[in-house]
Write a new protein. Sequence first.
Length: 402
Amino acid sequence: MKIGILAGEIPPSHFIHQLVCNIAEREHTIFLYGSLKKKNFSYSNSSIILRVKPRNKVSIFFKTILFIIKLMYINGYSSLQLLSQIWINNQRIGTFIKRCCTVLPPFLDNLDIFHIQWAKTLVYYPEFIIKLRCPIILSLRGTHINVSPLADQKLALLYRRYFPKINGLHAVSKSIVKKATKYGVDADKITIINPAVDEKLLDSKPQRKSIENSDILKIISVGRCHWIKGYTFALDAMNILKKEGIQFHYTIIAGGRDHENIHFQIHDLGLKNYITFLNELPHYQVIEMLSECNLFILPSIEEGISNSVLEAMAVGVPVISTDCGGMVEVIKHGENGFIVPVRDPKSMADTIQKFQHLDETDKMIIINNAKETIISYHLIHDQVVRFKSFYSNIIKSYTFSG
């Protein structure tokens, strides 16, 4: 099976990276499309073929010319129709060339299926839907569904135009399915495949005595630097803990540029000695730091299902999550973690203190139940099996309907 994955960036986000590596290990060829984010990045597996978009204008120009020549040789007249469609969407030579450099490679790779990872990408490049001669599937993820179309009515209209034309959609939670159906998607076309973690995390050796009380409660959050992740509410909760005289240290690991508000709030609340903010780390270092903590906090306002929460559960770090998106599909309050209301620092602070005062047996029950949840529903092996079946069923349906 030749699978095209439009990831946007190479290397892709960790959950896409996991999917790519594990499917390729099962003798399928993966074509990964995107702009190079890390210099000299490559995969050792020859079944993963990178289609990297060049950065400078000269390289983009010559690559586009090469793509057009190849496309015309392979497809003849139909290639002119595709180029015409790309021109209609641009009508400026510079943007036409740049767009060709993104759009044309999947048309040259003779794909069996094309998997677009981000909803916004789908509507920015409708040429794929209109002209690509293989089934197209779309992953429905977090902010692109929960937030973006609410803030951008034009985007919402484009979702309603193009979502119904997709051959199949992948959702990470039931919550996402409900929101996607608002944009004209038939729920029967959506397959829920839960996010997953590597089973090796279950065997990781924590760097701390996870169920023993200590003088300082080590708390951690991991995610993107984005207002939707709710770090400001978590910091308000930390301020409450400080006033209550709780000994704690809170670490935020968050990649991205939107961190000025976090720094300001830490300073404004006088939390400098209580907070460590790290603007992104390699994944293995995140896991190392996670395993040294007593408690994971997910303060998000909206979420699909957080991979970071799943990793915390697998490693053996208890989780407090807000009641956002699909998190209640993973966390059962008081059984394998804790749920608090969204935008409620007081509830978060109260729950942290209640957790701290649990006896060690109750903490261990929470940890073991969380690991059982991961084993039952969120292991990468099971996710890959489901994706393989998903891809095969979509291809069969497409071939039959064609």
